[in-house]
Design a protein around this ligand. Sequence first.
Ligand code: TRP
Length: 344
Amino acid sequence: MGFPQRVFSGVQPSGNLHLGNYLGAIKRFVELQARYDCIYCVVDLHAITVWQDPTELPRAIREVAAAFLACGIDPKKHIVFNQSQVAEHAELAWVFNCVARLGWLNRMTQFKEKAGKDRENASVGLYAYPTLMAADILVYRATHVPVGEDQKQHLELSRDIAQKFNKDFGQSIRDKGYGDTFFPLPEPLITGEATRVMSLRDGTKKMSKSDASDQSRINLTDDADAIAQKIRRAKTDPEPLPSEEKGLETRPEADNLVGIYAALTDTTRALVLKQFGNAQFSTFKTALTDAAVAKLGPIAAEMKRLLSDATAIDKVLADGAARAQKLAGETMKAVKDIVGFVHS
Ligand code: TRP
């Protein structure tokens, strides 16, 4: 409805980045640059909803920023920054805490999973996490949000918040000359092969930085030897690969490796199976290793180079934050008008 198209997304700096972060998120962030104005954020405010060691957090923030740049995000044409440098995120999140309903947040499955049995001891921030996420997106009035399946529910909540704000403050929005609706309803962008990368040790579990076994994931900083060794040891089943996608349905490990290969080489599972149908895993794993090393090797090297100069990364983040703040400041000023706060 007349909102300029804009992409926003965020990655948490809370541990090592792995292949799942790359194929599920960052690779698509890179592709979207050709079609949209993009804002990519290292969401450090989200990271502290669970404990982060202050001696490690700066490195984790810079590592996500380095991964963005090493994978091909252009911080000059688009915006790259860390969330805590733009105070408007937290400011708008407070207003949204007063728009969102307890009942809505109580339905969030990620909170239930993360809080676990000891819910009384979870941080208030972990509970309010989705209202901050809504603020991240809407403080830029972003229209499109590349996210994984696991964030779909949070994005729906962002839409609900935008809609309720537009409705509750409808009269004020019109009176103050902001048109009929102030916030767009942001759309998820969920596409492509292997948006969900699974553990190399268990094809039914997501690849995760919190998995105790480092063999379960390929880290973006792994060298060629580590990648080869992890793929060689990846769990499979005794059958050769099927030649049709249907044959993957009951074989989660085979499905995962084929999906990873398809995503790494920008093709589809069907085409991979055309090539490797009836092949033994040993053959396929060699090809997969080559594809992974070809794609990830240069990224790991570039990340290492970038991380050796923290000052340069910090400059990119500061420059991005200044540009983001300009946009966010405009939205926040209008929100203050609409809500009825007195401001200068
Ligand atoms: N919650 C997202 C995740 O864990 C990260 C995130 C924070 C995000 N704010 C966002 C993603 C805004 C998209 C848009 O993956």
